[in-house]
Design a binder for this molecule. Structure first.
Ligand SMILES: O=C(O)[C@@H](CO)OP(=O)(O)O
Ligand SMILES: [Mn+2]
Ligand SMILES: [Mn+2]
Length: 550
């Protein structure tokens, strides 16, 4: 339960709204080479930085609830932290703990799913992202579950493995698939049979999010469940041949089905089977989960047949809608978020992004809950994203988002406006350096419009990010710091970075209410208290310190 917020002793609410702009994937680079933020012409961001209080804030590792400081940040943990003002142990850590303590295997869901296949002589399927990226999943979790399934008496296991290349090296799939395939072969014997049955790139099938492109989920269903698609003798063969054929990087490798000598798929999903979707992060798990769980009302694509299976997710993916019905590990209990406090205190809120990041400023921001706290006070706006490779239109929808934000600022209807610019991140993930520059420059032009609108009404603009990405576009040797070369060119890096991110405060009616020097050494969870202060409130006592020194 939330309570009434105390009035701030020295800051009072301004005439205009507090506008929080999250520049997704825009950090302060560590290396000059490959820093597409630095390489871009960003006159507006530069002039704000030169004239306004600003500080670097941490956005990775333990500062956002990840297991170690070697873990890069991501949108889920970043928006959770900014939305709730505190740091919780996140999915990656909770699943590892649950496996280490054995809780996962003692829970009702694991027992039900494994007993189901034992009783019905069915197959236990695992679907998910095969890497150690630790953003959506971790290969160690899968390996441990497969081993345990064997020791629990499960006879047949099939893996439907998606190639990552977005949270790990862009073309690193075989580093995971080869040893994993060997591990399954070694574990298999007269009483146990485990194989990879299907797969494909994570941006091609199964892992769509926010209803952006259900066709990806249809492809996933056809590949994993129905066993339809191009067939190969093994997943490793499929990856090698499809790479040759398409020249695609891992995340874009087409779907494939593994078949036996007779051309029969080795692992379609049938009545009496059990299915575990082993990703712990929810955004890209919700759609495929709905395809498995929903009855006849499902209308996103023709499933052809819906096997009667026991289905479970690694975690509960949506805490409002309670999806999935069965899951293996309890999610972090993120309560008393800023939105809940603000709604309770009658603060009018507006949240906007384009489809690809829409759930980031609503669902992730509100602790993985998709609903409103008080619909009469909250407005959520989604600008439809294009369904094309983002390097083809790197400006994405930053202009359209800004059009709406400017309208919202000028309307006087909102006290707190939050938005996400996807550019640095979505284009950053493509690895195309020049496109990232175009993308950053397009976003910079919109920042000028935000600034102007905020100035006109006497509001405050806080510019920050959830984690880095565009600031680190080349692979570097971890020890020497040298750029990694491939065919004589820098090897593109497609994943997030470990870098800190900016927090810039544009406060055109500043009147010495706080020191111009912002507090150093804090993380993005401190943005929350900062926003509350600008709204005239003291943050709740257990929220992380504000960046303002007053
Ligand atoms: O695209 C995604 O799913 C992740 C990377 O795995 O990026 P972000 O956390 O920025 O959403
Ligand atoms: Mn992000
Ligand atoms: Mn990203």
């Amino acid at each position: 339960m939330v309570e009434k917020l105390k009035k701030h002793p020295s800051l009072s609410k301004k005439n205009g709204p507090v506008v929080l702009a999250i520049m997704d994937g825009v950090g302060y680079g560590k290396y000059e080479e490959g820093d597409a933020v630095k390489a871009s012409k960003l006159p507006n961001l530069d002039s704000l930085t030169a004239s306004c209080p600003h500080v670097a804030v941490k956005a990775h590792g333990t500062a956002v609830g990840l297991p170690s400081d070697g873990d890069m940040g991501n949108s889920e943990v970043g928006h959770n932290a900014i939305g709730c003002g505190r740091v919780f142990s996140q999915g990656a850590k909770l699943v590892s703990n649950s496996i280490a303590t054995g809780h996962l295997y003692q829970g009702e869901t694991w027992l039900k799913l494994t007993n189901n296949v034992k009783e019905k002589d069915g197959t236990l399927h695992f679907i998910g992202l095969l890497s150690d990226g630790n953003v959506h999943s971790h290969i160690d979790h899968l390996e441990h579950m497969v081993r345990t399934a064997k020791s629990n008496g499960v006879k047949t296991v099939r893996i439907h493995a998606l190639l990552d290349g977005r949270d790990v090296g862009a073309t690193s799939a075989l580093d995971y698939f080869e040893p994993f395939q060997a591990f399954l072969a070694e574990l298999s014997d007269e009483s146990f049979d485990a194989k990879i049955a299907s797969g494909g790139g994570r941006m091609v099938l199964t892992m769509d999010r926010y209803d952006a492109n259900w066709d990806m989920v249809r492809k996933g269903w056809e590949t994993h469940v129905l066993g339809l698609g191009q067939i190969f003798p093994s997943a490793v063969d499929a990856i090698k041949m499809l790479r040759e054929e398409t020249k695609a990087i891992d995340q874009d490798i087409p779907g494939f089905v593994v078949a036996d000598e007779d051309g029969q798929p080795v692992g379609t999903i049938e009545d009496g089977d059990s299915v575990i979707f082993f990703n712990f992060r929810g955004d890209r798990s919700l759609e495929i989960t709905k395809a498995f769980e929903e009855g006849d009302s499902f209308d996103k694509f023709d499933r052809v047949r819906v096997p009667d299976v026991e289905y479970a997710g690694m975690m509960e993916y949506d805490g409002d809608l309670h999806i999935p019905a069965q899951y293996l590990v309890n999610p972090p209990t993120i309560t008393r978020t800023m939105s809940e406090y603000l709604a309770f205190n009658k603060v009018r809120q507006y949240a906007i992004s384009e489809t690809q990041k829409y759930g980031h400023v609503t669902y992730f921001f509100n602790g993985n809950k998709s609903g409103y706290f008080d619909e009469s006070l909250e407005t959520f706006v989604e600008v439809p994203s294009d369904v094309i490779p983002f390097e083809e239109k790197p400006e994405m929808k930053c202009k359209e988002i800004t059009d709406k934000v400017v309208e919202a600022i000028e309307s006087g209807d909102y006290d707190f406006i939050r938005l996400n610019y996807p550019n640095g991140d979505m284009v950053g993930h493509t690895g195309v350096f020049e496109a990232v520059k175009t993308s950053m420059e397009a976003m910079d032009r919109q920042i000028a419009r935000l600034k102007e609108a905020v100035e006109k009404v006497g509001g405050v603009l806080i510019l920050t990010a959830d984690h880095g990405n565009a600031d680190d576009m080349y692979e570097h040797n971890k020890k020497s710091g040298d750029v990694t070369l491939e065919d004589g060119h820098p090897k593109a890096k497609t994943s997030h970075s470990l870098n800190p991110v900016p927090c810039i405060i544009f406060d055109p009616t500043y009147n010495n209410e706080y020191k111009k020097e912002l507090k150093e050494g804090l993380g993005i969870s401190s943005i929350t208290a900062t926003c509350m202060n600008f709204l005239g409130f003291e943050a709740p006592e257990d929220y992380d310190s504000s960046i303002l020194d007053y």
